[in-house]
Design a protein around this ligand. Structure first.
Ligand code: NAD
Length: 325
């Protein structure tokens, strides 16, 4: 098999590459906007690996490079909901148009299978929790969610019209090694600026579901091997939730920061477009034979350890605990 992984230098995409490359040819197509070469440099020199540094909006290069592959794993996107709120064109271009480009080039290159990374945010403020895959109507509350829902429609239509087999995975919040965004990353960046006081967006009561990146990729590959429909669509999550307040407690515990004062900005949502409570039903994947091994709390604890080890700057000598100021 030969795989074409868009966004393969990104957080989740690089883990996909690590798994797929065993005895398979993998081409990573990435503009390195948020992806990093250091996430894939372990494969440099491997005869099965190739990196194309290019943009999905450059259709000429995309059409040329996608040729000769059996399977496309489309992981590239603007993954930042807040960025898409500041500039309303970002999600349309980077998600919907980019996905159309990948599908169209894949069709012309006669690619047989297409895997798409979608998101829980397509459900919006779902009235049913845990939310099953056939919940509707899907009414996203962010331009990011709206663009991903449009992408799902394109993937489904291309599969039906042109005979590709497709997989759509709606991820919970993914955490772990190489993360470059998300709550743990943001909080550690803030602690690096000021560890006496930690500002947390929202009231701390938001309840979300988390999955370790290795488990996310494991679930994708399991579904790829076992699901038989023309268009296969699955939630990928662990089946429980954790509050933001608990995440903050775990992070500070793992960082051994006992004196940091936590200040919540208040409000039900952390930011515009944020879905404060979500829980994906994991039943459809379970029926297929796959389940996450870690709860949200276990995933957050493992990821907190990683982010503290990899990103938290240690400069205790210059830090005065808040009580002593
Ligand atoms: P990421 O930013 O680490 O990865 C995205 C990759 O795509 C990066 O390497 C980036 O350089 C590349 N890219 C972006 N725009 C591109 C373009 N126009 N041309 C070529 N390359 C481009 O993000 P991630 O968290 O790894 O997300 C991967 C996928 O999973 C995305 O589709 C995202 O929407 C989806 N997703 C992520 C989460 C999560 O919690 N991280 C949750 C739900 C869905």
């Amino acid at each position: 098999m030969t795989y074409f992984v868009t966004g393969g230098a990104g957080f989740i995409g690089s883990h996909v590459v690590d798994r797929l490359i065993k005895r398979n040819g993998v081409t990573v197509y990435d503009n390195l906007s948020t992806g990093k070469e250091e996430f894939i440099s372990q494969h440099y020199g491997n005869q099965f690996f190739r990196l194309v540094k290019a943009d999905l909006l450059d259709v000429t290069t995309l059409a040329k490079e996608i040729r000769g592959h059996d399977s496309v794993w489309h992981m590239a996107a603007n993954p930042d909901i807040r960025k898409g709120t500041e500039s309303t064109i970002v999600d349309l271009e980077q998600n919907t148009i980019a996905t159309y480009n990948v599908l169209e080039c894949a069709r012309r290159a006669d690619v047989k299978t297409f895997v798409f990374s979608s998101t829980s945010t397509i459900y919006g403020r779902a009235k049913v929790l845990p939310t099953p895959e056939d919940y509707g109507p899907c009414l996203p509350i962010s331009l990011y969610g709206a663009s991903k829902l449009a992408c799902e429609g394109l993937v489904s239509a291309y599969a039906e019209l042109y005979g590709m087999k497709a997989w759509i995975y709606r991820f919970a919040n993914i955490v772990g090694h190489r993360a470059t965004h998300g709550i743990l990353y943001d909080l550690v960046e803030k602690l690096n600026e000021n560890r006496a006081m930690l500002e947390v967006l929202g009231d701390g009561k938001q309840q979300k579901s988390y999955l370790l990146v290795e488990e996310c990729v494991d679930g994708m590959i399991y579904g790829f091997r076992h699901a038989k429909d023309r268009v296969n669509y699955f939630n990928l999550g662990c089946g429980d939730q954790i509050t933001v307040k608990r995440i903050v407690e775990i992070l500070l515990h793992e960082a051994k920061l006992k004196h940091t004062k936590v200040v919540y900005t208040g409000g039900e949502s952390g930011w515009k477009g944020d879905v404060p409570r979500f829980l994906l039903s994991p039943k459809k994947m379970a029926k297929l034979g796959w389940k996450a091994k870690h709860s949200s709390e276990q995933a957050i604890r493992q990821a907190a350890r990683i982010v503290v080890r990899e990103r938290l700057k240690r400069h205790e000598e210059t830090w005065t605990p808040v009580e002593e100021q």
